[in-house]
Design a protein around this ligand. Structure first.
Ligand code: ADP
Ligand code: ZN
Ligand code: ZN
Length: 739
């Protein structure tokens, strides 16, 4: 009998499996697909995942090396997740080994044992009281005890900071025996009869209809699009669906956008349920991530909340998937494995035969199209749950009006009136920094980045010019680098400049800026929001960070300084993104008694998409935009794949793409595939970036099946193409950004 051959997926970009012999001392019967093995690879070692055990190999016997060691006694990767990874690798034309490596927690990739560490839990001691005289004058300890009391099953040590629980206070409480800390192992906690730690809200009519519709599809695959205006109570619907899921003895997976994972989101789930919640997002360290992953896999976590990559969390008893803010761009990974977590979540729900809910106030055109064509149930929530009014939209035509740091006269008046009425203003400008360019008034020199085809942004406070594309930083020059004169002027306005100008125009009110530069300090954001919650009149200036997650009940005016970028951009998705941003920002305002008003400065006040959006709302806009996409044959009415290449020398990327194009034409003819167009190659919209020359080739197809047939063979051919050696290239299936 021939020796068994191990076929392994290795973390390599090559789209193939690698054959090895069984390591010494390991019986064939001990080997299961999904197990990890350490293997020699060139001069290095790698950790691979066993895909299958075969009887023979194409590789000559004397070239076959034995694997070094088997790392698992049981496959850490359950079959369902393995199946999802296989599908993902095929669909995105990515190597299986690399796909598995994106999907697995870092520590498993590195060969750590797939075992959970024991964890410490903090809990209120029996008989402890918030009125204990020993903490009467210790407000921090009191606060900590009160927060802890909201979690009758204890709080794991790793979640303390997420729940704003202060460790010093807890240690003082521990010394007074008002709280306990215990180490809990892997053993499952006893099942509770009462999943609710807090009563549920009575659903309103719209919420109830949506809830009932989704619940009636429980137990098998059903996709629903919960399209509810901001504040309509989508989260309450999710929470009640999750309670149903828990009662059925199943687990729920909730995906949220990167930025949304504030302590508020987590607290809302923590407060509602007596349930074990596993958290997976980018700020969770590798060890905690592995623990959460294992707990979910073994059925020891009831609710799994995480960002994009949490989609790859295995579940023992999957019952429900929720994708909150399904339109959000952060669900698409833009490097390496370029997957879309929302799209994959649908695949997963179908594979596991469970319901999935996509929620948003501004659904993506793709999802709306799926709803209109009957693939998803469309459930709408049109009323704000708290009874607040929808904001009113006004287009402010700024053609030939002077702009003062980007702010027109009528806009300044509206801001002044709102402040005088004791209310708050939100000024939205999706551009960081002081000004997008520095210009020499004498010779016309512009602050161009020498590594990119882009201008460097002026950051006045730090005295720097920064390239937002490659990260290059320089001091702001005193004299023009070209002519030596001193008349250098910032052109255009970013949030820093708007902030500075508003502070001069309205000296009696605080002006608070929220963008990546202002909030990089830890907790700066939370302090800022605490100030805003107090409700005193003030001006908030910020980028899209303002559009997400937070509620500003005292904001009654939203000033959008620039909507035009979204209306004449070369990117066909720009208008969709602009509309979503405007509606999301607007949704932050006027939640309480005062209705909100949204004023949009534009040079294109008569643009049909902008008129639809402001006069008839997001859905009218979306229908208009969808009909334009249909007429132009753009997604979702066609399917795209983008082949990108970049190289150090000009022409190299295009050379490779020319060869790639010839190869694709050849394959199309050979396989007699129709309905596919090759567009390009063309230079990327920003041809040079971080010192590399970039080009792209777009493949547009009427149908998916032929597209994927082509892609599979094409990628194998490209891997062996000589001109590919000098370039970096990648394929993006269903690209979101076309550059
Ligand atoms: P969304 O997720 O759609 O933005 P939320 O679920 O955050 O909306 O709800 C907005 C506000 O309305 C929250 O303060 C929430 O507590 C409240 N709310 C939601 N549903 C109800 C309800 N049925 N009755 C009363 N208040 C509700
Ligand atoms: Zn000059
Ligand atoms: Zn640059």
């Amino acid at each position: 009998m021939p020796d068994a051959i191990l076929r392994l997926a290795l973390p390599s970009p090559l789209r193939r499996l690698f054959d090895y012999r069984v390591p010494d001392g390991v019986a064939r019967s001990a080997l299961q697909p999904g197990m990890r093995l350490r293997v020699p690879f060139g001069r290095r070692e790698m950790i691979g995942i066993l895909v299958e055990v075969a009887d023979h190999s194409e590789v000559p016997a004397d070239k076959l090396k034995p694997a070094i060691a088997l790392l698992d006694q049981e496959a850490p990767l359950p079959p369902a997740l393995f199946k999802l990874c296989l599908w993902t690798a095929q669909y995105y034309q990515h190597s299986l080994g690399d796909t598995l490596s994106w999907a697995l927690p870092v520590l498993l990739r590195q060969g750590e044992p797939a075992e959970a560490r024991q964890e410490r839990f903090w809990q209120v001691a029996e008989g402890a009281s918030i009125d204990d005289s020993r903490i009467a004058r210790a407000p921090k300890q009191k606060e900590a005890l009160r927060t802890l009391a909201q979690h009758p099953h204890g709080v794991p040590h790793t979640l303390l900071s997420k729940l704003m629980l202060n460790r010093d206070s807890l240690n003082l409480l521990l010394a007074k025996e008002l709280v306990t800390v215990e180490v809990r192992g892997h053993a499952p906690v006893a099942r509770h009869q009462h999943w609710l730690a807090q009563p549920e809200l009575a659903l309103n009519t719209e919420q109830r209809a949506a809830y009932e519709a989704i619940r009636s599809g429980f137990g098998s695959f059903h996709a629903s699009l919960l399209a509810g205006v901001t504040g309509s109570g989508k989260t309450e619907v999710y929470l009640q669906l999750i309670r149903e899921t828990l009662e059925a003895g199943k687990q729920a997976l909730v995906l949220i956008p990167e930025i949304n994972l504030g302590p508020q989101t987590l607290a809302r789930f923590e407060q509602r349920f007596n349930a074990r919640i596993a958290l997976l997002h980018s700020a969770v360290n590798d060890r905690d991530r592995l623990d959460a992953w294992l707990a979910a896999r073994d059925g020891e976590a009831d609710i799994i909340i995480g960002t994009r990559s949490a989609l790859f969390t295995p579940m023992k008893n999957p019952g429900l998937i929720i994708i909150d803010e399904e339109h959000d761009g952060s669900y698409k990974q833009q490097e390496g494995l370029r997957y879309h977590a929302r799209d994959l979540a649908l695949v997963r729900a179908r594979q596991e035969d469970i319901p999935i809910v996509l929620g948003s106030a501004t659904p993506s055109l793709e999802s709306l199209h799926n709803a209109y064509t009957g693939r998803y149930a469309l459930l709408r929530l049109n009323q704000r749950a708290g009874g607040a009014q929808q904001p009113r939209f006004l287009r402010l035509d700024v053609k030939s009006r002077p702009l003062d740091s980007g702010i027109s006269g009528p806009m300044q008046q509206a801001i002044g009136q709102t402040l005088a009425a004791g209310q708050q203003v939100l000024v939205f400008l999706n551009r960081r920094g002081f000004a997008p360019t520095l210009l020499c008034h004498d010779c016309g020199w512009l602050s161009e980045c020498n590594r990119c085809d882009a201008r460097m942004t002026v950051h006045q406070r730090s005295g720097e010019l920064r390239c937002h594309h490659c990260g290059h930083v320089e001091r702001v020059p005193r004299n023009c680098p070209a002519c030596g004169k001193v008349d250098l002027r910032p052109v255009g306005a970013g949030t820093e400049r708007a902030e500075e100008r508003l502070a001069i125009l309205f000296p009696d009110y605080p002006v608070l800026r929220v963008d990546r530069d202002s909030t990089s300090r830890k907790d700066a954001m939370n302090q800022l929001f605490a100030t805003i919650q107090k409700g005193h009149p003030c001006i908030l200036v910020g980028t899209q960070m303002l559009a997400k997650g937070h509620h500003f009940p005292r904001v009654t005016l939203v000033s959008i300084l620039d909507a035009d970028g979204g209306l004449f951009s070369g990117d066909f998705r720009a208008s969709e993104r602009m509309a979503q941003l405007i509606v999301q920002v607007a949704g932050r305002a006027g939640r309480a008694e005062e209705p909100g008003k949204v004023i949009i400065q534009t040079h294109l006040a008569e643009h049909p998409l902008l008129i639809q959006l402001t006069e008839q709302g997001y859905f009218a806009f979306a229908e208009q935009a969808l009909s334009e996409r249909r007429a132009a044959g753009l997604p979702p009415f066609s399917h795209l794949a983008l082949l990108r290449a970049e190289a150090h020398k000009p022409g190299q990327a295009e050379g490779f793409l020319d060869d790639a194009c010839t190869e694709a034409e050849h394959l199309l003819k050979e396989m007699a595939l129709g309905g596919i167009e090759l567009l390009g190659p063309v230079p990327a919209p920003m041809e040079r970036r971080a010192g590399r020359y970039r080009a792209q080739l777009l493949v547009q197809a009427n149908a998916r099946a032929p597209l994927h047939k082509l892609l599979a063979l094409w990628m194998l051919a490209l891997e062996n193409m000589p001109s590919g050696r000098q370039v970096r290239w990648s394929l993006d299936v269903d690209p979101v950004d076309l550059y």
